[in-house]
Design a protein around this ligand. Structure first.
Ligand SMILES: [Zn+2]
Length: 311
């Protein structure tokens, strides 16, 4: 099991199909587990994917159309049933707070949840910890919608051969990392002398939106960009009218933002598996990086870090 991977719980917009569950995504990020947009049936999809309720540490909802949130009551109640002991943060558009409240209490259950609500009312940082900071930006859809971006702080990678040269070993390595310098064998060693910059990883999650500035800001230099591509290029007018993106536009966003891996998802029910190649091709014609079309229960590793000082 990779330390950082995206588990695809569902890939359908609006209505599920025989091969696609409603939307749902679980991002495993070391000890954290972020559940994005749990559509209807997410609890059961988690079971198929081997994701347990106790692995979820945060939930991020882009907006409250059913394909992005109808699974929330089931997931929350399952967490309560499983007596998840930790606090779970839930981010959602503040303007739809009432809808969240209805889903939270959609049916009767013995409520043992420790939820910390983080209603999002403006662009910018929402929450974070040692592993990452989470930011949101308003998108352009028919109802209040936010996209999310998770960024790991830049760090430094210790170089064993350099540590050897300077005679830094054992607990001194940790001390040097924490304090920035130490004295070994009578000489001062700085962390810069025995390490190289380690760029933090970035994940972006963009659902239900027309093209707008926020899309490009969220996707900026993402190592993994999960982007809705509800329609094929031929349905560009429909996409515009309903506040969605085409596969070609998703490719354009990835290209202009310097993203590395583009994951296409949130497909209209008009497309079946026979259309997969066409959708990937349309995105790939705009984007030279890697394009993956998400299928239910796929596990997609977050790409390894950019090389230090690389593109
Ligand atoms: Zn949707």
């Amino acid at each position: 099991m990779a330390n950082r991977e995206l588990v695809i719980l569902g890939t359908a917009s609006q209505a599920p199909t025989r091969s696609r569950n409603h939307n749902g995504y679980f991002l495993r990020w070391d000890d954290e587990g972020l559940l994005f947009d749990p559509g209807e049936g997410t609890q059961r999809q988690m079971l198929f994917a081997g994701v347990t309720a106790s692995q979820v540490t945060r939930i991020c909802i882009t907006h409250f159309h059913g394909d992005h949130c109808l699974g929330l009551p089931g997931v929350l109640q399952r967490m309560s049933l499983d007596q998840v002991a930790h606090v779970v943060e839930v981010c959602y558009p503040a303007e739809s707070r009432e809808v969240f409240g209805r889903l939270r209490h959609a049916s009767l259950f013995r409520d043992r949840l420790q939820l910390r609500e983080r209603p999002v009312s403006q662009d910018g940082p929402i929450t974070g910890g040692a592993l990452f900071r989470l930011e949101a930006r308003a998108l352009s859809h028919s109802v209040p919608t936010f996209g999310y971006q998770l960024t790991e702080p830049d760090g430094r990678r210790m170089l064993p051969e350099k540590l050897n040269v300077f005679g830094v070993t054992g607990p001194d390595i940790g001390r040097l990392q924490r304090e920035g310098l130490l004295v070994a064998d009578g000489r001062t060693v700085t962390v810069e002398q025995v390490s190289e910059p380690r760029p933090g990883q970035r994940f972006a999650f963009i659902m239900d939106t027309r093209l707008c500035d926020a899309v490009f800001i969220l996707a900026d230099r993402a190592d993994m960009l999960v982007c809705e591509s509800t329609f094929a290029n031929a349905e560009a007018a429909l996409a515009r009218d309903y506040g969605h993106l085409t596969a070609g536009q998703a490719g354009q966003v990835a290209a202009q933002s310097g993203a590395r891996l583009l994951v296409l998802t949130h497909f209209s029910q008009r497309y079946e598996s026979g259309d997969d190649e066409r959708l990937v091709g349309e995105a790939a014609s705009a984007f030279g990086g890697k394009v993956v079309l998400a299928r239910d229960l796929d596990r997609i590793p977050v790409p390894s870090r950019r090389p230090a000082g690389g593109p």
